[in-house]
Design a protein around this ligand. Structure first.
Ligand SMILES: Cc1cn([C@H]2C[C@H](O)[C@@H](COP(=O)(O)OP(=O)(O)OP(=O)(O)O)O2)c(=O)[nH]c1=O
Length: 189
């Protein structure tokens, strides 16, 4: 058993956590991802991150468990992963030529101790033609990603500008996480 667990099945989060250079194990957190629509985006990603980490921490009381959740917000509307190609197309049409926000919440839980934080990054898209949107849909990249794009892949071509941590957009703000994890572990000693 590893002392550190990533409660996620996201290959991106796994890759990013490797930057911390500490051994860890990944375990899928099977949780209900619905949340109260009256929550702010920050509250929602924090709550879902806690839900994911807590579900795994319950079964692994000696481990430090990390959970994360990402949502895209445009004009106050939450955008999660697309249900199908037409939903992805609609989302990309909405994001075209506009600025949106990506929120990632992270929870660190070990037994009864927990630390939670959220980061927000502002992302502006170029104005996209129908051809560009169709070509992007063809890559298959949008379908498992909040906001129907991946900034780390072909989606990089859609992005004009970002303000904030790039890794918040990819799904795990690693540099803040490294600091929060150290503080969490110090506090438990
Ligand atoms: C906006 C954006 C999102 N994403 C991804 C990050 C997340 O994996 C995903 C948002 O969905 P999440 O529900 O946050 O995470 P997940 O279901 O992929 O993984 P798990 O719950 O097991 O941890 O979208 C990118 O990879 N690149 C991007 O540019």
């Amino acid at each position: 058993m590893h002392p550190l667990i990533l409660a996620s099945s996201s290959p991106r989060r796994k890759e990013l956590l490797q930057f911390l250079h500490v051994p860890f194990q990944t375990i899928h957190a099977n949780v209900d991802e619905n949340f109260d629509p009256n929550l702010t985006a920050e509250e929602a990603v924090r709550e879902l991150a806690v839900r994911k980490a807590a579900a795994v921490a319950l079964e692994h009381k000696d481990s430090c468990v990390i959970g994360a959740d990402t949502v895209v917000v445009v004009d106050g509307e939450f955008i999660g992963k697309p249900a199908d190609r037409s939903a992805a197309k609609q989302t990309l049409q909405i994001l075209s030529g506009r600025t949106h926000y990506v929120y990632t919440g992270v929870a660190i839980i070990q037994d009864k101790n927990q630390a939670v934080f959220a980061e927000k990054t502002e992302v502006s898209f170029w104005r996209l033609s129908d051809e560009e949107i169709e070509a992007y849909l063809e890559t298959g990249e949008p379908f498992d990603k909040a906001g129907s794009y991946g900034i780390q892949g072909y989606g990089s071509l859609l992005v004009k500008e970002i303000t904030g941590d790039y890794y918040t957009v990819v799904g795990l703000p690693v540099s803040r996480l490294a600091r929060e994890l150290k503080a969490f572990q110090r506090q438990k000693l």
